[in-house]
Ligand binder design. Structure first.
Ligand code: ATP
Length: 374
């Protein structure tokens, strides 16, 4: 099949495709000799994040609406039963077989060399894709040794793990029904997010208990998934995850949109009020530390002329994929330098440093006395 035949199946004409390519709404990319297109701006029904190859379309992973008030949000969203899953704090991948090879695509539609290298550790990808070549497994990769996030679920204390939560079919933007999905995860022994089971809006007491347990453990939250496709999926997060997010982003606050912090403060305050938790000294201290401590350290470093950096460790199966991760960083304009790579047992242990140059530069400018309007 050629690209024109592939896009015609999702109702895109040759003209509109060529126009999109001309305007850079769609760009061509390559990984390991395989060419594919990345959708950067909506084209027809294809949203940002979609991957198009010569023979298939891998739709984007859709955004999930958020509720801030659990009880009212659930009552307003669901009249039918729904499933409840843990929301795992990591990064999203879509795993699919393309031209005989299995790749992990990021939300931004890149092939992630690190995640792709590690797929064989997560489940039997050959068996799954031999028997289901048209399916896409979606899930979260989480753990302290990942190239992207500094946050990790409390129960992943080293390396990374994979947690599946969705299965989609190539060429459509629909998920396969949740109960069938769960059966496939079991049949192929695919690790999943914690599944709390089936509930209705009248089970709010039990749902509050789950979220409170997750909050105490330092987990991110819950995702509520309808059985009836006319209802929507929603997410709800814990107060502790809001503080964790702020703490992780505080070192680069200067290059982060203010909404990142205001949204999390709002979510945390809603959480405290709904779950009858006091805005006590401990919470206020933790919130203050999350917001200010790392920012203070960043400003101190940069004002002393020292670069703001993050040290990251990751493990690889194959040495040649380490180089590919740095090529990927280069493509995504991530400023990262390799510190060391050594074989320890089964894996290549890699350490690199990410430089936060934009934050450094702005702080240096302010510190050296430049005036500005704000
Ligand atoms: P959005 O995806 O809505 O734009 P975002 O990128 O800020 O928001 P989050 O607020 O973290 O992401 O929530 C959505 C993400 O949650 C999904 O992209 C998915 O990777 C992740 N996730 C973790 N656990 C689950 C789960 N059980 N079901 C669905 N998504 C989950």
């Amino acid at each position: 099949m050629g690209i024109l035949e592939t896009i015609s199946k999702v109702n895109i004409t040759e003209n509109s495709w060529n126009e999109a390519v001309g305007e850079h709404s769609v760009i061509s990319d390559q990984f390991d000799g395989i060419t594919f297109y990345r959708v950067l701006k909506k084209v027809g029904q294809l949203n940002k994040g979609t991957v198009v190859t010569d023979s298939e379309v891998i739709f984007d992973f859709p955004r999930i609406a958020r509720i801030l008030q659990l009880e009212n949000g659930i009552k307003l969203t669901f009249t039918n039963p729904f499933y409840v899953e843990e929301k795992v704090d990591g990064y999203n991948v879509r795993i699919a077989r393309v031209q005989g090879r299995v790749f992990a695509f990021t939300r931004g539609s890149y092939v992630c060399p690190f995640s792709t290298d590690r797929l064989i550790d997560f489940f039997n990808i050959d068996k799954f894709f031999d028997e289901n070549p048209d399916l896409i497994i979606c899930g979260e990769i989480a753990g302290p040794e990942n190239p992207y996030n500094t946050e990790t679920p409390p129960y992943v204390t080293e390396d990374v793990r994979f947690f599946a939560f969705d299965i989609r079919t190539k060429g459509t933007d629909r998920q396969i029904p949740i109960e069938k999905r769960y059966r496939l995860f079991e049949e192929y022994d695919i690790p999943t997010v914690t599944r709390f089971g089936k509930y209705t809006a009248s089970d709010i007491k039990k749902l509050k208990q789950h979220i409170q347990d997750l909050n105490e453990k330092g987990c991110e939250g819950l995702v509520f998934k309808p059985i009836n496709p006319s209802e929507r999926m929603v997410k709800y997060v814990t107060a502790s995850s809001c503080l964790k997010d702020m703490k992780a982003t505080s070192p680069v606050m200067i290059e982060t949109q203010a909404e990142f912090f205001t949204h999390r403060m709002l979510r945390a305050v809603f959480y405290l009020l709904e779950h009858n938790m006091p805005l006590d000294k401990t919470f206020l201290r933790e919130a203050g530390e999350s917001l200010l401590k790392s920012l203070y350290e960043s400003v101190k470093k940069a004002s002393d002329g020292e670069m703001i950096t993050e040290r990251v460790n990751v493990r690889f199966n194959k040495k040649q994929n380490i180089k590919k991760l740095f090529e990927h960083f280069h493509k995504c304009k991530v400023d990262a330098n390799l510190v060391s790579q050594k074989r320890v047992g089964q894996y290549w242990h890699v350490e690199f440093v990410r430089r936060c140059f934009p934050s450094y530069e702005v702080i240096r400018k302010h510190w050296s006395g430049h005036s500005h309007f704000d």
